[in-house]
Ligand binder design. Structure first.
Ligand code: MLC
Ligand code: AMP
Length: 500
């Protein structure tokens, strides 16, 4: 399936060559210079940064980074909560061709160590003193910098010189191996996706986004922040998600857009004054399946028909329900402009191709070989179907993945850590359905002695980010295995082992 005309406004088309010209910050800089006084990013601590502030302060910060000896192509790890400083420093990095590695602020030492060892960053921008200490222990030679970058100024290096095919981001995301891999996204990949979303969602500089998604994953960063800057719009940043704050912010900031994961919509639907959502031009849901009942519930309460879309770190955005036309519950709509999608295999897997799709994982030939077909399509690991009207449905996953509150959890990684507990003889981690979280991480364990969930979690400590910790522990006599010894996880449900 090629990208669908369902997304294109009258008279517009997707021009892949134009979309990928230059680099991210040359595209973002156009509105900065055209009208510098316009407010663009609202800091969670209060106060707006104007377009001109973004231009000037990021250039100044690039000078400071260059004075430290950082040069284009160097990798910089980013580990910080949302703030104006984080945005300015991020822009500074990209303007001078540094490659940014955004990492989840919930990562503990073990998770950070893997990323640092794999990607070899020269500097880390980190806001938390404890995390900074952990990084120092892992890599004593790594420069550690606060998001403010309050360092001595230096001459501004060459800006906006990065080639479109150069990497902008390395985003760690795991496959079936349990060890996260660095998906390398070029400036061209990010630009192509931003242009597709501009067209499909009619995103303009008049739009104002309430952005409470974290800026260390594709949804908040590659969709929310990049889209805002690409379209010359504005965004109100929040540190964490609070439904009341969002519902109040709609009027206070005269917002037009909200993007969230289904857990956020679940909480908005349970907050007083859900009706406020009706004042927004567009609400988008993604990163995990939006249950049809929640979709209908939000519409029933507020009149707002959420637009569900589908994406992935390696590909940025893939498919979306139409802006104009039916937003179908349980479906992710049609391929976005510039994206081709096909179904292959039995069961049918979604495969994608397009300027938005990354070239491969960082230093990982084996994973690259496994992730693309011989004819160049990326294998998403998601199972799909297409209905009679051409709407795509995600019907399951070929990959072992739990999505909890929009965060990905790889059962294998959790199992490896749990297995180190002396009372655990055998363990399997699965996702249990949850109205709030979509899926909850739970462990089915064969234990040598009594073991309580809290004790298990305490022993895991910071070896796993808290969102990966099991929220339920079921003790069973034996894990169900097939003749080849593979655990039959589909039989682990409701706290017991179902018979075959
Ligand atoms: C927090 N907790 C979670 C969790 N988030 N547990 C399971 N799953 C999660 N997602 C736990 C914490 O560890 C803590 O538990 C307790 O919940 C309260 O923590 P909190 O920080 O106060 O939680 P809260 O702020 O309420 O966070 C919920 C949330 C957050 C939904 C706002 O999870 C979130 O921002 N999710 C968005 C994730 C995202 O951006 N995904 C995009 C990936 S990109 P304890 O027990 O330790 O106290 C992608 C591609 C695409 O997928 O298509 O977009
Ligand atoms: P990540 O690796 O964090 O980028 O997560 C990507 C995965 O999230 C996809 O492969 C899907 O499994 C899932 N995903 C994203 N959007 C949706 C959606 N709208 N419905 C169902 N799954 C989704």
């Amino acid at each position: 399936m090629a990208s669908s005309n369902a997304h294109l406004p009258t008279g517009e088309s997707f021009d892949a060559t134009a979309a990928q010209a230059g680099n991210l910050t040359s595209a973002w800089a156009r509105p900065w210079t055209a009208s510098p006084d316009v407010a663009q990013i609202h800091d969670p601590n209060g106060g707006w940064l104007s377009r001109g502030d973004l231009e000037m302060q990021s250039a100044r910060r690039a000078g400071r980074l260059a004075a430290l000896g950082l040069v284009g192509g160097d990798r910089v790890l980013l580990s910080a909560e949302s703030s104006g400083d984080l945005v300015l420093s991020y822009i500074a990095c990209l303007r001078m061709g540094l490659v940014v590695i955004p990492t989840n602020t919930a990562y503990g030492r073990r998770e950070l160590e893997h990323v640092i060892t794999d990607a070899g960053p020269r500097a880390a921008i980190v806001d938390d003193p404890e995390r900074s200490e952990a990084i120092a222990e892992i890599a004593p030679n790594l420069m550690r910098l606060p998001p403010r970058l309050d360092l001595p100024d230096g001459p501004t290096p060459a800006l906006e010189k990065t080639l479109p095919e150069s990497p902008a981001l390395i985003c760690y995301t795991s496959g079936t191996t349990g060890q996260p891999k660095g998906a390398v996204l070029s400036h061209a990949n990010c630009l192509a996706s931003a242009e597709g979303l501009r067209l499909a969602w009619r995103w303009t500089e008049a739009d104002r986004l309430l952005l409470s998604l974290p800026l260390f994953h594709m949804h908040g960063l590659g969709v929310g922040l990049h889209g805002t800057l690409y379209n010359g719009g504005s965004a109100v940043l929040y540190r964490g998600f609070n439904p009341e704050q969002i519902l109040t912010g709609i009027t206070d900031y005269e917002a037009t857009l909200f993007f969230g994961v289904p857990t956020m919509y679940h909480r908005l639907a349970n907050a007083p004054r859900t009706t406020e959502l009706s004042k927004l031009r567009l609400c988008v849901s993604g990163s995990a399946p939006l249950p049809a009942v929640l979709h209908e519930e939000v519409e029933g309460m507020s009149g707002q028909r959420i637009l569900e879309r589908y994406g992935m770190t390696e590909t940025l955005m893939i498919a979306s329900n139409p802006h104009s036309g039916e937003r179908r519950s349980g479906s992710v709509g049609f391929p976005l402009p510039g994206v081709e999608l096909r179904l292959r295999g039995d069961p049918e897997e979604i495969q994608v191709r397009g300027a938005n799709v990354f070239d491969g994982y960082w230093d990982n030939a084996e994973a690259n070989e496994a992730s693309f077909t011989k004819d160049g399509w990326f294998k998403t690991g998601d199972l799909g179907s297409v209905d009679e009207d051409g709407y795509i449905h995600i019907v399951g996953r070929a990959k072992e993945l739990i999505i909890s509150g929009g965060f990905n959890v790889y059962p294998r990684e959790v199992e490896d850590v749990l297995r180190e507990h002396p009372a655990i003889e055998d363990v399997a981690v699965v996702g249990e359905e949850s109205a709030e979280w979509g899926e909850r991480v739970v462990a089915y364990a064969v234990t040598r002695e009594t073991l309580e969930l809290e004790a298990l979690r305490a022993s895991v400590g910071d070896r796993l980010a808290p969102y990966k910790h099991p929220r339920g522990l079921y003790r069973i006599d034996a894990l169900p295995r097939n003749a080849l010894g593979k655990v039959q996880k589909h039989r682990l449900t409701g706290g017991r082992v179902l018979s075959e």
